[in-house]
Design a protein around this ligand. Structure first.
Ligand code: HEM
Length: 398
């Protein structure tokens, strides 16, 4: 008899390939119980999608973390409306959306391009770089800082704190003291930043959040701070990982690389397929609010349910030849940014960053090669991608 299927999120993130485990879950145990960590895992696209669209049954009130110690009302108190259900979520998201508008995002394009060029200039002549440290790990935080109006001098320290907030040691569950301490420092920093904006109003996101109003209702200072904090948690590491995953999968698929070489206009489709194929956000948790019967299993109110986005995006019921990296495919059913009321607020920003970053990089890193020996994966239960990603390339004009 075959081994029983086992999904251990503390191991999968560092493995090269968690997808065979997902495939077994989808076929053998689409509602699977992890007894040790106390959660149900849903792996089929239809089930993940249905849960995303049903917040009254699949609640976000304990946050979204796979980590048992980070899944409670108390542990997710800093997660702003990511850890709320309607109607509280509806109110907060509507107010925040007054500031975080599509126009504000699209207006960032020239600055994102400039930031990308600055980082690129640091290694373009060398013909090699550690892509995370020198580019992908910097750009998203710089873009959030730009959006929020954080001065350049403060950015390195903010990046350091943000990295510590999401860092986890391999095989260790629970929140490390450095995470808690850095979170407190970030909150303190934003409190000071907000005070400054009140004294000297400016046209950045922070200014817009202070102004945002719906029928006399406004965001409190703590609500703005927790939203700024959430952006760092939700928008920083995920986008860093997206950028390296893009290079990795194109490098692993020479036929697809030729397509982009022949037509760089395909970069947006390369972004979309990378998100589907190997999403940086692999798993999002929910708290079950009522008993549910699923695939012959009885899931009880009060239990934790983990929605496996990474698995849903490889479900053959929805994506033909799902295990093939194919930048020309239709990715509209991809669940990379979630779905429903919590659909990623930063999706268009992440897409913009992916496109602009690669448009700038592509002509500069001709014939790039990945140094496999130097690759390191991040230790995280929700996020998948590289902590170190060395590449070499040819310099000079394409
Ligand atoms: C590749 C990059 C990204 C991925 C894969 C990603 C993924 C996700 C996912 C799956 C959710 C849904 C969570 C849930 O249903 O509970 C989400 C929510 C969210 N994301 Fe992103 N995200 C990315 C980039 C960003 C960026 C750049 C920002 C902003 C700067 C951002 C801000 C947010 C916020 C604020 C939410 C909460 C929305 C809500 O609860 O209503 N994300 N993201």
């Amino acid at each position: 008899m075959a081994d029983p299927v086992d999904y251990d999120p503390y191991a999968y993130a560092i493995h090269e390939d968690p997808y065979p485990v997902y495939a077994r879950l989808r076929e053998e145990a689409p509602a699977w119980r992890n007894e040790k960590l106390g959660f149900w895992a849903l792996s089929r696209h239809a089930d993940v999608l249905a849960a995303f669209k049903d917040p009254s049954r699949y609640s976000s009130r304990h946050g979204v973390s796979v980590d048992p110690d980070a899944f409670s009302e108390k542990a997710s108190a800093n997660m702003s409306f990511l850890a709320m259900d309607p109607p509280r979520h509806t109110r907060m998201r509507a107010l925040v959306s007054r500031g975080f508008t599509p126009r504000r995002v699209s207006e960032l394009e020239p600055r994102i391009r400039e930031i990308a060029r600055q980082h690129l200039a640091g290694f373009a002549e060398a013909g090699r770089c550690e892509f995370i440290a020198e580019f992908a790990g910097r750009l998203p935080m710089d873009v959030i800082s730009e959006l929020v109006g954080v001065p350049e001098a403060d950015r390195p320290e903010l990046r350091r704190l943000a990295d510590l907030v999401v860092h986890r040691e391999e095989g260790v569950s629970g929140l490390p003291p450095a995470t808690i301490e850095s979170a407190m420092k970030l909150v303190q920093y934003f409190r000071g930043h907000l005070g400054e904006r009140r004294r000297q109003p400016r046209d950045d996101l922070t200014g817009a959040l202070l102004e945002a109003e719906i029928d006399g209702d406004r965001l409190s200072e703590n609500e703005i701070i927790s939203f700024l904090f959430l952006m760092i948690i939700a928008g920083n590491e995920t986008t860093t990982k997206l950028l390296a995953n893009m290079l990795y999968w194109l490098w692993r698929n020479p036929d697809q690389r030729k397509l982009v070489d022949d037509d760089p206009g395909l970069i947006p489709r390369w972004v979309e397929e990378t998100l589907r194929y190997d999403n940086s956000s692999q798993a999002i948790a929910r708290l079950l609010m009522e008993d549910v019967e699923l695939h012959g299993e009885a899931l009880r109110a009060g239990e934790k349910v983990v929605l496996l986005i990474g698995s849903a995006n490889r479900d053959e019921r929805v994506f033909a030849r799902a295990d093939r990296f194919d930048i020309l495919r239709d990715t509209t059913a991809s669940l990379s940014f979630g779905q429903g009321n919590h659909f990623c607020l930063g999706a268009s920003l992440a897409r913009l960053e992916g496109r602009v970053a690669l448009e700038e990089l592509w002509p500069a890193i001709r014939a790039f090669e990945v140094d496999v020996e130097g690759l390191e994966r991040v230790h995280s239960v929700n996020v998948r991608g590289f902590a170190a990603f060395p590449i070499s390339f040819q310099t000079g004009p394409r």
